[in-house]
Design a protein around this ligand. Structure first.
Ligand SMILES: Nc1nc2c([nH]c(=O)n2[C@H]2C[C@H](O)[C@@H](COP(=O)(O)OP(=O)(O)OP(=O)(O)O)O2)c(=O)[nH]1
Length: 137
C-alpha cells in the first residue's frame, strides 16, 4: 500500500485552546485536521511541520515538541503522522490559504468537529491529557 508520511501541528494558545482547520477541497473536504502536510525528501518531520504551517497559515511556530505519532490505514494509503505541539510566534495570527474555516477549540469543544478519521483517536487521547499538555508547554 502507498505510504504517506505527514507532519502536523497541534497549535495551542494562551487560553488552553488548540487550532482546528477545516479542509476546503479534495476527497476530505469538510473534515477538520491539524495544519501540516507531507514530509519532503531531506527534511525532518519538525522542519516539514514548520514549513507547512508557514505555507498554509502564513505564520511561524515556536517552541515545538514532539507530542504524538499516529499510524492509520486509509482505504488507499497508509498514513504515518508525527504531531508536534507548538505556539504561534508572538504577534502573528493564522490566516489559512487552504482551509475554509479555522477554530480555536477548548477541551470541552474538541470533539464538536468532524475530525479526519486518522485524528479521531488522537483527539480523544489528547482530550484526556489536556491538562498535562498545557502545563508542559
Ligand atoms: N495535515 C494533516 N493531514 C492529515 C491529518 N490527518 C490525516 O489523516 N491527514 C492526511 C490527509 C492527507 O491525506 C494527508 C496530508 O496530505 P496533505 O494533502 O495535507 O499534504 P500536502 O499539503 O503536502 O499536500 P500536497 O502538496 O500533496 O497536495 O494526511 C491532519 O491532522 N493534518
Amino acid at each position: 500500500m502507498r505510504q504517506v508520511t505527514v507532519a502536523a501541528a497541534f497549535i495551542v494558545d494562551g487560553s488552553d485552546r488548540m487550532l482546528a482547520c477545516r479542509r476546503s477541497d479534495g476527497d476530505q473536504a469538510g473534515f477538520w485536521e491539524l495544519p501540516g502536510g507531507k514530509v519532503e525528501p531531506g527534511e525532518t518531520p519538525e522542519q516539514a511541520c514548520v514549513r507547512e504551517v508557514r505555507e498554509e497559515l502564513s505564520c511561524d511556530l515556536e517552541s515545538l515538541w514532539a507530542l504524538e505519532h499516529v499510524e492509520h490505514d486509509y482505504p488507499d494509503f497508509h498514513l504515518s503522522m508525527d504531531v508536534f505541539c507548538a505556539r504561534i510566534a508572538a504577534g502573528q495570527e493564522p490566516v489559512s490559504s487552504v482551509h475554509d474555516e479555522l477554530r480555536w477549540l477548548s477541551r470541552d469543544e474538541l470533539m464538536d468537529v468532524a475530525w479526519l478519521p486518522a485524528d479521531v483517536d488522537l483527539m480523544r487521547n489528547l482530550q484526556t491529557w489536556w491538562g498535562a499538555i498545557f502545563e508542559e508547554h
